[in-house]
Design a protein. Structure first.
Ligand code: G1P
Length: 289
């Protein structure tokens, strides 16, 4: 029923002020979890879901992101000359093909809804994915693949959700649901960052979306919302009642790498999930505890 999802938008224009001084001269999406920048986890998750076009909505001082996914002549040549063929092959395995990565500038920091709207011409008239690289998901089936499977069933909009403590609703987009089978919830309302007392539920959106192209027309007429920004959530509200809209309680654990503690936690969790470092890391944690 659903259209094949071929394109993903990565909003990466944010300044990362919560990570200063690390992010003074480096994009926050280049921060590493174990040995990989968070943007690479995001791109690999999209690719694992069958996505082939990666669109970065970027800003000034973010060229390291484009460089990371570009052919690196000096590095690849040096690895070859030194016979480090395994390292060379590893890079070749994950490097996107020419033409798969496109970058556009957001120009002004007007919010997530505005960032997604900037990708309108590159997306065209087909459903697409949005991945916020700050949210890392450790799961058996990549989180975006889980959303793609729901989109194939419903043909509509899908967001990944998880239950959060009520005091945290003010940090997220929150669902109001008309039905909920414990896995899939049918959405009838959405609110961006409601105060705990006003939140219609504690089901919060994490940074994974599949949206139909109707979102663009709605975003064009969406004014400033929470925090004085053009919110993606406010644009999505306008889809409700016209198109299917579901929240999926995804399988897996989500780590908020936009936050110091979440980032440290992600490093430990992803380290423990990696066979090359897990046992040593476990020993170190035990020694420190
Ligand atoms: C954004 C969205 C919010 C969502 C969150 C997930 O907020 O606006 O709806 O719940 O990402 O991480 P931000 O974290 O950019 O403030």
């Amino acid at each position: 029923m659903g259209h094949k999802i071929r394109k993903a938008v990565f909003p990466v224009a944010g300044l990362g002020t919560r990570f200063l001084p690390a992010t003074k001269a480096m994009p926050k999406e280049m921060l590493t979890v174990v040995d990989k920048p968070v943007i690479q986890y995001a791109l690999e998750e999209a690719r694992a879901a069958g996505i082939e076009d990666f669109i970065f909505v970027t800003g000034r001082n973010k060229t390291a992101l484009e460089d990371h996914f570009d052919y690196s002549y000096e590095l690849q040549r040096t690895l070859e000359e030194r016979g480090k063929l395994e390292a060379l092959e590893a890079i070749k395995r994950w490097l996107p093909k020419p033409g798969q990565v496109a970058s556009i500038r957001q120009q002004l920091p007007l919010g997530l809804g505005h960032a997604v709207l900037c990708a309108k011409n590159l997306i065209g008239n087909e459903p697409f994915a949005v991945i916020l690289p700050d949210d890392l998901v450790l799961s058996k089936t990549p989180c975006m693949q889980q959303l793609v499977e729901v989109h194939e069933e419903t043909g509509g909009n899908v967001v990944a959700v998880e239950d959060v403590p009520r005091e945290d609703t003010k940090k997220y987009g929150i669902l109001d649901v008309s039905s909920d089978d414990g896995r899939l919830a049918t959405v009838k309302g959405l609110v961006e960052k409601p105060a705990p007392a006003e939140a219609p539920s504690t089901l919060s959106i994490i940074g994974r979306y599949i949206l139909t192209p109707s979102i663009f027309g709605h975003l064009e007429t969406t004014g400033k919302g929470a925090g004085g920004e053009i919110q993606l959530t406010d644009g999505m509200v306008k889809l409700l009642g016209h198109e299917p809209f579901h929240g999926l309680r995804f399988e897996g654990a989500r780590y908020d790498c936009g936050d110091k503690i979440g980032f440290l936690e992600a490093n430990i969790a992803f380290g423990l999930a990696r066979s090359d470092v897990a046992s040593e890391l476990r020993r170190i944690i035990a020694a420190l505890a």
